[in-house]
Each structure stands twice: as C-alpha cells, then as structure tokens.
Design a protein around this ligand. Structure first.
Ligand SMILES: Nc1ncnc2c1ncn2[C@@H]1O[C@H](COP(=O)(O)OP(=O)(O)OP(=O)(O)O)[C@@H](O)[C@H]1O
Ligand SMILES: [Mg+2]
Length: 224
C-alpha cells in the first residue's frame, strides 16, 4: 500500500477538495482499493464522505497517535492506496502524517500569501526527507500569477504540470458527497483531476515505499 498525504500550512489551499477528488479518481483508475484518512480535527473530509452514497473509496478513522499502526492495519486489510488529509498547520500531527507518507502533495494557490506560507510546509517535508510535489490549485487560465507561482515553486521542487483551475463544480460536487468525476464526468474539471492523478501515479511509481513497521516516534512528544 502506498501513502499519499496532502499538506499545506495555508488554509483553504484545496487539501480536502483534492484528497476527495484524487481518492475517487485513483479508485476509478484501478489504483485501489483506496482508503481515505482525515487527520484534520475540522473533519471536513469525514463529513463529505459521510454524505456520500458510493461506497468507494473507503474511509478509515484516524487515531492521531497511532497512525503507524493504522497504516499497517490498512495495508494488512489489502488496501492499495491510502490518501491522507491534514490540517492547515505546522503541528506534530501534520509532521506525523508527513513522516508516514511516500509522497506529500502540497496544494498551493497562485497568490503571494500562499506562496510565502508554503515555505514552512516545504521545510517540514524536506526536513523529513520526503518526496514532495506542488499542485497549483484555483488557477486562472492565462493568468500571469499562475505562471509566476509555478516558477517560484519550481525552485523548491517539482510542480505538477497539471494545474487545477478555479471552478465552482469542485465545490458543487462535494455538497452531495461526490466529485466532478461523478457529477460532470465529461467536463474540464474531471479531465484535470484525471490528468493530475495520472501525474501523481507516475511519481508514486518512481518513489520508494515508506517502511512503516515498528512504532513511530513523534519528534515533539505527542505519542502515547
Ligand atoms: N479548484 C477549485 N475551484 C473552486 N473552488 C475550490 C477549488 N479548490 C477548492 N475550492 C474551494 O475552496 C475552499 C477551500 O478548499 P478546501 O476546503 O479543499 O481547502 P483546505 O486546504 O482543505 O482548507 P482547510 O485549511 O480549511 O482544511 C472550499 O470551499 C472548496 O470548495
Ligand atoms: Mg481541509
């Protein structure tokens, strides 16, 4: 089982939206069975999943200080991919999430505030020696800021060639526990998410699996 987490200290970067969408698309693409984990106390991903009719992807309850054990159990249960949502913070919990990930996706909106705020997340991921990739979210076609943001981020690491554009369908679809692949499968948004998943799957294919056997030791003393 591979583990992808979405992390960004900046609020409203699109973590929860992209976890839900990428989770559904990964399942559709045959990378599953997929299980989602919500480690954000806001519980937005859990609420979305609870309002959902389709049974896939699965959802697992995350006990924060037992993430390593949870991941091992999910692996034993036969899941092929675990995707983790995290809080907008630099916290011991987010650090634990990153530590158990094979790949950390950092969504970033093309704005100066978001770019500055990404620095702390980048430092955390790099400090833990984890593979990361940036995804521009809320982009606008032909917008100078989007291209500038891509240039700035690419100095810190790989940037997904697929940007996710600003479109109301992303929020609309999630009202009903769905995603754009399920509400507007022939639309541009569904094509974006499909392309994003294909890109992430390619990176994951080149990334060594994270070894999660044995107890995880939180660096800031949150275990127990
Ligand atoms: N590409 C997009 N186009 C339009 N709206 C979007 C897009 N991505 C996210 N949103 C909307 O932006 C808001 C924030 O997105 P989301 O909740 O996914 O971010 P987050 O990083 O998880 O935020 P939080 O910090 O609260 O956890 C939501 O209302 C969501 O519907
Ligand atoms: Mg969120």
């Amino acid at each position: 089982m591979r583990v992808i987490s979405f992390a960004c200290q900046k609020g409203a970067a699109g973590k929860t939206t992209l976890v839900g969408h990428v989770g559904v698309q990964a399942e559709l693409a045959g990378a599953g069975p997929v299980v989602l984990l919500d480690t954000d106390q806001q519980g937005a991903l859990a609420e979305w999943w609870n309002s959902r009719q389709p049974e896939q992807p699965a959802f697992a309850h995350a006990v924060i200080d037992q993430l390593t054990e949870t991941i091992a159990q999910l692996r034993d249960m036969g899941f092929g991919l675990c995707i983790i949502d995290s809080a907008s913070a630099i916290s011991p919990t987010v650090e634990q999430v990153i530590a158990i990930s094979d790949l950390v996706v950092i969504p970033c909106r093309p704005s100066p505030h978001d770019l500055r705020a990404a620095t702390k997340t980048i430092d955390l991921v790099d400090g833990l020696g984890k593979q990361k990739v940036f995804v521009l979210n809320g982009a606008t076609e032909g917008d100078r800021l989007t291209e500038e943001a891509r240039a700035v981020l690419s100095e810190a690491g790989p940037v997904s060639p697929v940007a996710i554009f600003n479109h109301p369908d992303y929020a609309d679809s999630m009202f009903d526990g769905l995603t754009v692949m399920e509400t507007t499968p022939d639309g541009d948004c569904a094509r974006e998410i499909t392309a994003l998943w294909d890109f992430l799957a390619g990176i994951l294919g080149q990334t060594a699996p994270q070894v999660t056997d044995g107890p995880f030791t939180a660096r800031h003393g949150t275990s127990g």
